[in-house]
Every structure is written in structure tokens, then in C-alpha cells.
Design a protein around this ligand. Structure first.
Ligand SMILES: [Zn+2]
Length: 432
């Protein structure tokens, strides 16, 4: 297996092991611990050394990791890459289970901009975290069922004759609840889910205080295409960017006067306004705490921000051969064509002239091709954490990401030859 293939396999297994942001953060924590990073707690006093490796989490769904610079206290600034840990999905409601027409079903909420029809007729299961009664205080446990427990069956075409002409319209309340089991005298009852969770976590059903469970697709990611040039997987948006940034950080070498930082946030898909989202104080507080040992901490902090740079990494829209009219003719990123710089004068992306030129020259230095994207003038534009963190921190920012198709589908598509170049560009950034 070539180094590139190994890297893609590593990406796919990271995504497969990360059905929810809680799992993704847990995976990244294990990797960072293996690489010699020490865990910090926001509630504890920090004693940091220069050129040392640390990480911390919020709500177990956002994570910041960094290597302190050799001159952090001299306002040398921060080199930051940000991405998001969450993906659109269907989440269980607090009291999910109900019986209907002989079936046992689970009520779901729609989280983010889900491409709903792609969740039908898939072999689905459940993952997330469960809050249990502890001896002194509640404890949180990760959970994941591996078997396909759930399915959202489509209506047969005989009962929905014009579905191919009109498209599949799904009512979110009525048509999305998956089928979990059958009801009947000998069949499962409404507390089946609690019983299954208790069995898995080796506790009593009465110990379960709360659960935050999401549906996920049990089919693992794979490569495909005539020459294995494509990746098919859920959550490429945006775990592929998290994977690339984390790898660049953990493989970055040399002593750098600047502090190298990665920030992975939950809740991007619902607007980032939460205690652990990109709109929160999380990163700002961490960065300020890094400069507290300097002679004039407040001044050093502000000067550090002015000397910093932020790369907002999120996936980009490749041109779709069946819908080329959805792209501007001069801005049609292709799969395996390299990372994309994303621009929008209405500030849906934070890129400006100087940050764009900077990233382009960085890629040139790393021998990585670059593509550019701007949405059609008559179409609305997606957004990222870029404008949010830029407004929050006042740091110069560029929005970049690898091209993909089927964004927000349960099974997305990207190119196998884009991942290594993105890591290469990020490593160039993190090189002293
Ligand atoms: Zn995204």
C-alpha cells in the first residue's frame, strides 16, 4: 500500500470511528495523548512551558490542541487552523419511543442542513453519549451500536406514482421517524431502547438520566472509481479537514517562535452559537491564557492577535458534471485538483486579497495546486466558521478546503488525491 493509500485508509477509519462529534473528539484525544500531548482543564491553573504540546476540550465535542511557541510571551502570535466536528444528521428526541400501526418507532429532530432523502433506505444505527447517575454527580458515557437497528423505508413507487417526476418530499415530523421494531404481546415494549443502552453500558435502565443519540449510517467509508480516485463516506464535511489539520500539527517539526494551534468546533452546522461553538469564547480564552506569563499580558495578547493568522478549513463545492450550470464558469473546482480558496464579497467566507495571496504562495512553496471558488452571483452562498472566528478574534483569515460532491448527503464523495496535498500545505504552514 502506498503512503497516499495508507493515509486515505487512516482518514476513512477515523471517520468510521467518529459517528458523532463526541466520538471524533475522543478519537483525536487518544491520538494526541499517544503523540505526547498533555491534557489541560479549563477549570485548573495552567503551568505551560515553551515548545510543549497540550490539548483541552469543551463539552467533549470541541477540542483545541497546540504546541507552544518558543517566544509566546514576546507576542510572536498564533498560527491557527480551525474546522468543525459536527455533521448534519437526525437526532433522537428526549422521549423518542412510540408505537404506531404495529411498529415501534423513534422520534427524531433534524440537525443542520440534512439532505433528507439520502437517509431513507439506509442501514442506520445509533451513537452518541448517555448521561448516567453517578455516585456524586452524573457521568457521561460514549455509546455506539454497531448493528443496523433502524431504517427509514421509502414508500413503494406503486403508492407514490409521480415520485420520479415531483421528487421525494419528506415531512420532517411525519416521514422521518425510523422503524425500530414491531409491537405486540410478545414483542418489544416502549422501554426497549433504555434496556439496550443499559445492557451495553452495564448499568440499570433506571441509571439513565439523559441521552444525546444520533442516527448514523453503518456502511463504512470506501474508495471507488475506475482507478480508486474517489472517496465515498459520510461526514467528509468536515472530519476530513479535522484529520488533515490534526495530522499537520502532530507531524510538524522544529521549534517555532509562534504557537501552532488547531481548533475543532461543534455546532457549525447550526450556526456556531453555543458554549463550545466557533462563536464562543473558547479559543479566545485559550489564546489569552497562553500569554498570561508575559510582563504586560493584556498588551502581549492584543499584539499576539495582530501577529496571528487563521486558516478556516472546510470542504468546498466541486463542479457536478450533471449540473455544471450551478457553478460560475470561471470557478469550477474539480475533484483531485487540489485545495480550494473560497471567496465571497458578502463575507460568507472570510478570505480577503492578502490572506488569499498568502495561502496561494504557501501552496506554491509546498508544491500543491490551488483552485478558486466563488458562488454564482444569482445563488446564495454557504458559510463556515471563518467569518465567525474572524469577527470574534480580529485575526486575518483565509477560507480553504478540499473539493467534494454530495455535501450534506449521508454518503458524500471526494477525491483521494486531494487529502495529501492539503496536509502538505498545512504542514508547510506549521513549519517554523
Ligand atoms: Zn462544513
Amino acid at each position: 500500500m502506498s503512503k497516499e493509500q495508507k493515509n486515505i485508509q487512516d482518514l476513512l477509519s477515523f471517520i468510521d470511528r467518529s459517528p458523532t462529534p463526541f466520538h471524533a473528539v475522543n478519537e483525536m484525544k487518544s491520538h494526541l495523548t499517544e503523540q505526547g500531548y498533555s491534557e489541560l482543564k479549563e477549570s485548573s491553573a495552567w503551568e505551560l512551558s515553551n515548545n510543549s504540546k497540550y490539548y483541552l476540550t469543551r463539552n467533549d465535542s470541541s477540542l483545541i490542541a497546540f504546541i507552544t511557541g518558543t517566544k509566546t510571551q514576546d507576542a510572536s502570535g498564533f498560527k491557527i487552523i480551525g474546522a468543525h466536528t459536527d455533521s448534519p444528521n437526525l437526532k433522537l428526541k428526549p422521549n423518542p419511543t412510540y408505537e404506531k400501526n404495529g411498529y415501534l418507532q423513534l422520534g427524531v429532530e433534524v440537525y443542520g442542513g440534512v439532505l433528507l432523502t439520502t437517509w431513507t433506505d439506509r442501514d442506520l444505527s445509533l451513537a452518541g453519549r448517555v448521561i448516567l447517575k453517578g455516585k456524586k454527580q452524573p457521568i457521561s458515557k460514549l455509546i455506539r451500536f454497531d448493528d443496523p437497528l433502524l431504517r427509514i423505508p421509502q414508500l413503494a413507487i406503486h403508492l407514490n406514482r409521480d415520485v420520479n417526476e415531483k421528487g421525494l418530499a419528506l415531512n420532517k415530523q411525519n416521514h422521518l421517524p425510523p422503524i425500530f421494531s414491531l409491537t405486540g404481546k410478545k414483542s418489544p415494549t416502549k422501554d426497549l431502547l433504555e434496556k439496550m443502552i443499559a445492557q451495553k453500558l452495564k448499568c440499570k435502565p433506571a441509571d439513565i438520566v439523559n441521552m444525546e443519540l444520533s442516527l448514523y449510517d453503518t456502511q463504512p467509508g470506501s474508495t471507488g472509481g475506475a482507478e480508486g480516485e474517489f472517496i465515498y463516506s459520510g461526514r467528509l464535511d468536515n472530519l476530513a479537514s479535522c484529520h488533515a489539520a490534526l495530522q499537520a500539527l502532530t507531524e510538524s517539526k522544529g521549534k517555532d517562535p509562534m504557537t501552532r494551534v488547531v481548533a475543532f468546533y461543534d455546532h457549525e452546522e447550526v450556526g456556531s452559537d453555543s458554549a463550545q461553538g466557533a462563536g464562543s469564547s473558547f479559543l479566545k480564552e485559550v489564546l489569552e491564557r497562553l500569554t498570561l506569563e508575559s510582563e504586560n499580558p493584556r498588551e502581549t495578547f492584543f499584539r499576539s492577535l495582530a501577529n496571528s493568522f487563521f486558516v478556516s478549513a472546510d470542504m468546498a463545492h466541486a463542479v457536478h458534471p450533471n449540473y455544471p450550470e450551478k457553478h460560475d464558469a470561471n470557478h469550477m473546482p474539480i475533484l483531485n485538483g487540489g485545495p480550494v480558496i473560497k471567496c465571497n464579497s458578502n463575507q460568507r467566507y472570510a478570505t480577503e486579497g492578502i490572506s488569499s495571496a498568502w495561502f496561494e504562495s504557501l501552496c506554491k512553496k509546498a508544491g500543491v495546486p490551488v483552485q478558486k471558488f466563488v458562488v454564482r452571483t444569482d445563488l446564495g452562498c454557504g458559510s463556515t466558521i471563518g467569518p465567525i472566528t474572524a469577527a470574534n478574534l480580529g485575526i486575518r483569515t483565509v477560507d480553504v478546503g478540499n473539493p467534494m460532491l454530495s455535501m450534506h448527503s449521508i454518503r458524500e464523495m471526494a477525491g483521494t488525491k486531494d487529502h495529501a496535498p492539503l496536509i502538505k500545505a498545512f504542514k508547510e504552514y506549521f513549519t517554523a
